[in-house]
Ligand binder design. Structure first.
Ligand code: UDX
Ligand code: UDX
Length: 470
């Protein structure tokens, strides 16, 4: 009987107040008013912004998030830099820190860097008291739970705090821009672990708003691998449709018609069939690299090569967009003004990690273009950071072009020769092309890499159009 009972969770701590930790904990707090949720982060500025009275300053932009924060903050949802107290008081600790791709050492360029996860586990050992359930929320390579367990096992169980740990895997499947909807109405919740009592404690939390048949319990390794595999399948679907978009352009087929025709087959499904400038975001590339690393580690080179192709097509798609822009504008961009509409990696988020806009802008700058960039949610400091990113090759010495930030579409397009739409923001669907045509004396090209613009209206206003896959 005792075995089936779960530990009642009264206090949750989440380490990492980023794109995953912030929204996930906000939804848990909103759905579970009796649980006190504390989100901690080493970044003081980020925590100050989570606590700001001005809700436009929240570090993460997600539709619907501000209302939840307003409702729960300082009632049962707290943002703090006091890791020690939050860990000491917690019955359950989510680890939601970033796990970037390693830049040096064994597995560099492919394996995930787990130093923050490790660091978090060490903090848990240092400060936890009593029975504590540790939940991996960060995307991590298969068998990371083992590493976390090893670190937790170094704790002195006979000490005054009577530490006892159990580790669960509970991968996030939220898609940025739709995070609140995905968290409130998930397709499934996946929980991996073999300690039944701890698993039940976490199931009991989700059961407050998710129907039980959608809560899937597996062994810990299946849960970890499912996360990587789900993202790899989604990314593969995008590379597949992007590969077909190239074929459409050569053969006279229309990618929108093809996507509709194949998507109506319920075995394929209509989602994730939008051709575009390639996938971005913090997960897809990193998770596929992880899968490649794992496949190589387990001596499965054919499997590694299979997933490598998904990344290759993604690069190819971006390169051919750049080549198209250069060749259309007569082989040179030197001194030409080009407008970039959209810098985030997808609509409805201010996240720019791995955004296709970064590579495309850098290559256009290398060609000598003068870029005029507009995005409704990304500010110029963030664009500056991405275009001069220290992790990438130092561009500043070699670039010939320049870039400026604009606060509206129409400021950005003035006197442009080319307009490149890179993110599918709603406001780009209803651009006033008549107004745009009057803002330039020269012929203007529109490069619609997301197939969202009213291209008939643009053509009627003498704007020349190139659309992906058409
Ligand atoms: C998520 C996943 O958790 C990660 O595995 C995946 O690779 C990317 O998506 P995300 O929430 O998007 O991470 O990352 P980010 O927005 O960078 O937030 C992580 C936060 O953890 C940062 O605010 C960082 O300051 C914080 N952090 C990091 C800590 O508080 N402590 C640390 O030791 C390290
Ligand atoms: C993804 C997964 O969807 C989510 O389940 C996981 O937990 C985290 O990673 P996210 O990266 O936030 O979420 O966004 P997603 O909607 O998956 O889009 C990823 C990229 O693919 C974006 O750059 C998007 O523009 C692109 N994309 C998506 C396409 O190019 N075409 C499509 O049809 C769909």
């Amino acid at each position: 009987m005792e075995d089936n009972m779960s530990l009642e969770i009264k206090n949750i701590c989440c380490i990492g107040a980023g794109y995953v930790g912030g929204p996930t904990m906000a939804v848990i707090a909103n759905k579970c008013p009796s649980i006190k949720v504390t989100v901690v982060d080493i970044n003081e500025r980020k925590i100050a912004n989570w606590n700001s009275n001005d809700l436009t300053k929240l570090p993460v932009f997600e539709p619907g998030l501000d209302l939840i924060i307003e409702n729960c903050r300082n009632k049962n949802l707290f943002f703090s830099t006091n890791l020690q107290d939050a860990i000491a008081n917690a019955d359950m600790i989510f680890i939601s820190v970033n796990t970037p791709t390693k830049t040096r050492g064994v597995g560099a360029g492919k394996a995930s860097d787990l130093k923050w996860v490790e660091e978090s586990a060490r903090k848990v050992v240092k400060y936890a008291k009593g029975k504590t359930i540790v939940v991996e929320k960060s995307t991590i390579p298969v068998r990371t739970a083992e590493a976390i367990k090893l670190i937790l096992d170094t704790s002195n169980k006979s000490d005054e705090y009577k530490q006892e740990f159990s580790v669960l895997s509970n991968p996030e499947f939220l898609s940025e821009g739709n995070a609140i909807r995905d968290l409130e109405k998930p397709d499934r919740v996946l929980i991996g672990g073999d300690d039944k009592k701890s698993v039940k404690s976490l199931v009991d939390i989700y059961k407050r708003w998710v129907s039980p048949e959608k809560i899937l319990c597996t062994n810990i390794w299946s849960s970890e691998l499912s996360k990587l595999a789900a993202n790899a399948f989604l990314a593969q679907k995008i590379s597949s449709i992007n590969a077909i978009s190239g074929l459409c352009e050569k053969s006279g087929a229309n990618i929108k018609e093809v996507a509709k025709a194949i998507g109506m087959d319920s075995r394929i499904g209509s989602q994730f069939l939008n051709a575009g400038p390639g996938f971005g975001g913090s997960c897809f590339k990193k998770d596929i690299l992880n899968l490649i690393y794992l496949s190589e580690f387990y001596k499965l080179p054919e499997v590694a090569e299979y997933w490598e192709k998904v990344l290759e097509i993604n690069n190819w798609q971006q390169n051919r967009i750049i080549e198209k822009i250069v060749s259309t504008l007569f082989g040179t961009l030197s001194g030409k003004k080009i407008t970039i509409l959209g810098f985030s990696f997808k609509a409805n988020t201010n996240d720019t990690r791995e955004s296709p806009s970064i590579k495309i802008c850098k290559d256009l700058l290398r060609e000598g273009a003068n870029l005029s960039i507009y995005d409704p949610k990304v500010d110029s400091e963030q664009i500056e950071r991405e275009l001069n990113s220290k992790n990438l090759e130092n561009l500043s010495k070699e670039i010939n072009g320049s870039w400026e930030f604009n606060r509206s579409i129409y400021d950005a397009v003035e006197d442009s020769l080319g307009i490149v739409v890179l993110t599918e923001w709603d406001e780009f669907k209803s651009i006033n092309w008549n107004k745009v045509s009057k803002l330039s004396n020269d012929p203007i090209w529109l490069f619609d890499t997301r197939n969202i613009c009213n291209v008939n209206e643009a053509s009627r206003n003498n704007i020349m159009v190139w659309s992906i896959g058409l």
